[in-house]
Write a protein that binds this ligand. Structure first.
Ligand SMILES: Nc1ncnc2c1ncn2[C@@H]1O[C@H](COP(=O)(O)OP(=O)(O)O)[C@@H](O)[C@H]1O
Ligand SMILES: [Mg+2]
Length: 125
């Protein structure tokens, strides 16, 4: 993440949720590392946190290469990686942590050549 900027942009105040900090730290770490990996030097990764009708929504946005359709299909199903030394466990375990352990949702929007946003929600207090 050398030379890359991470912006954390909470909207509104009183952001409260019940979560396991170590688990959610792992989720954020993986999403931010994935985003940083496809971000050019001096580029930015944006992190937004917004309160949304009973949920907190955290979004990690990059302007990287996007995720092609053939990779998208396997993201949450398999231990797929396109990285040398990657193990592909990241997104699969992120999905499990958020959806099975925290009653949240984790999903993404991506456009090849434009970038990707991963969103996840946590129930609000
Ligand atoms: N923000 C992103 N932009 C482009 N491709 C991504 C992004 N996040 C994940 N990917 C793709 O999904 C694959 C799986 O990611 P992940 O499960 O975190 O495993 P790993 O990071 O070990 O490869 C990555 O290898 C990469 O091809
Ligand atoms: Mg990863």
């Amino acid at each position: 993440m050398l030379n890359k900027t991470i912006n954390i942009l909470p909207e509104g105040n009183s952001l409260h949720a019940i979560f396991n900090p170590l688990d959610i730290q792992r989720v954020l770490q993986n999403l931010i590392i994935n985003a940083g990996y496809v971000t050019e030097s001096e580029g930015k990764v944006d992190i937004r946190i917004v309160r949304n009708d009973g949920f907190l929504k955290v979004s990690v946005t990059d302007k990287g290469c996007g995720i092609p359709g053939d990779v998208q299909k396997f993201l949450f199903k398999d231990t797929l990686t396109t990285k040398k030394g990657g193990n592909g466990l990241g997104l699969l375990s992120c999905k499990g942590i958020v959806e099975e352990n925290h009653q949240g949702k984790l999903w993404f929007k991506t456009e090849v050549g434009k970038g990707t946003t991963f969103h996840f929600t946590l129930p609000d207090l």
